[in-house]
Design a protein around this ligand. Structure first.
Ligand SMILES: NC(=O)c1ccc[n+]([C@@H]2O[C@H](COP(=O)([O-])OP(=O)(O)OC[C@H]3O[C@@H](n4cnc5c(N)ncnc54)[C@H](O)[C@@H]3O)[C@@H](O)[C@H]2O)c1
Length: 357
């Protein structure tokens, strides 16, 4: 593409801001706009970072169609604006999560339809129902859970969860808003000609993630070790053996870069996207990694009670996305933790009030 205009909604958030910066670095001649309402604490810190690199910041709220009256012709929209916490809505306060994650997506889809822009959606592994994920067969090893060879549900193997995993039960309000958005995206393709690709991401992590207790666990953990604060293992006997695969933000960028530039090959597709087995970690193992990097030891609390919506293990099976694009993640959990450490260490004063919690 010689010249292109891209709008990234949630462009001051963790994923959005990194995509804007990495795209602008690689394609300086592209016009990149980051739209954000700055709801996430710390996202305001990204405004100067984006502007210094030539990314245009647009203050706007995707809940409000008036904020999406963008005049410049748009070629691509990457929709990364959301309330991204799995716990959101589970205590009964639905408004924000539904209005942003579902109604907001529809507003962004209308914008895409008006501009005939291609639509790249950041969805989530949390579209898969909790009860099926809870029932994935696993063994308890010394420091982690590990998926069994044989499973009773389709769409799960030792390689992780693939796109054939069932979708028919409850998944959290957050997960429902994302799945409902996926359905609306298909409607917009069929009836309004919006071409799309959907990436159902597992845990994504890296620098500029404003980790907090309910979202952004890898950055939160590193911050806890950095500032020598306790960590807590909730549920599953309080041993910290629950496992997630983790994708480095630069690996996600490599995929989205490919999707933008080979869009015809991926349009209309839905992919599970994650770090996979090679980049998976339990909380207990994450503690050891953070301790080794920081040189600090902290108190590890065992809390019996499960977190609402928590699951023992999630690993992404990347087979479909790898076969379709050739993309595969290359960075490990230790690379991710090290990069987060370097970021915190170089911005200690600024991040102190946000991450030292
Ligand atoms: N980070 C992950 O591990 C992960 C995993 C799976 C999917 N996702 C998805 O990726 C996307 C980005 O997540 P993230 O980790 O960067 O989260 P984030 O909270 O860091 O970024 C989201 C951004 O959206 C902004 N925002 C929230 N409501 C808005 C609204 N109504 N209008 C405009 N902007 C609004 C926030 O201020 C924030 O800057 C989300 O759609 C999320 O569901 C993230």
């Amino acid at each position: 593409m010689n010249k292109s205009t891209l709008l990234v909604t949630g462009g001051c958030g963790f994923i959005g801001s990194n995509l804007c910066v990495l795209l602008k670095e690689k394609y300086p001649h592209y016009t990149i706009m980051a739209l954000d309402n700055l709801k996430r604490r710390g996202s305001e810190l990204n405004i100067p970072r984006l502007q210094e690199r030539g990314v245009k910041y647009v203050h706007g709220d995707i809940r409000n169609p008036e904020d999406l009256k963008i005049e410049e012709p748009l070629d691509y929209i990457i929709d990364a604006a959301a309330e991204p916490s799995v716990g959101s809505g589970l205590e009964g306060a639905f408004n924000y999560v539904i209005n942003t994650n579902l109604n907001g997506t529809v507003n962004v889809l209308e914008l895409a339809a008006r501009h005939k822009a291609r639509f790249i959606f950041l969805s989530t592994s949390r579209v898969y129902p909790i009860s099926y994920l809870e029932n994935i067969g696993y063994t308890e090893c010394d420091a982690r859970f590990s998926i069994h060879e044989t499973q009773s549900v389709k769409g799960i193997s030792k390689e992780g969860v693939n796109e054939d995993f069932p979708l028919d039960r409850a998944r959290s309000v957050y997960g429902s808003t994302k799945l409902a958005s996926e359905l609306m995206i298909e409607e917009f393709r069929e009836f309004f000609g919006v071409d799309y690709v959907i990436n159902r991401c597992g845990v994504v992590a890296g620098p500029y993630q404003m980790g907090k207790v309910d979202q952004g666990v890898i950055a939160l953990w590193m911050a806890r070790y950095y500032w020598k604060k306790d960590v807590s293992y909730f549920g599953y006997n309080g041993r910290g053996k629950q496992v997630r695969d983790v994708l480095h933000i630069q690996d996600l960028f490599a995929l989205i870069d490919h999707e933008i530039h080979y869009f015809d090959r991926v349009q209309g597709r839905t992919f599970n996207v994650g770090g996979g087995n090679a980049s998976s970690v339990s909380l207990k193992e994450l503690s050891a990694i953070c301790s080794a990097i920081t040189g600090n030891r902290v108190k590890e609390n065992a809390i019996q009670e499960n977190r609402k919506g928590d699951i023992p293990i999630y690993i992404t099976d990347n087979a479909r996305v790898t076969t379709s694009t050739g993309w595969t993640p290359v960075r490990t959990v230790t690379n991710i933790a090290q990069d987060i450490f370097t970021w915190i260490n170089s911005n200690e004063k600024t991040l102190q009030n946000i991450l030292n919690i």
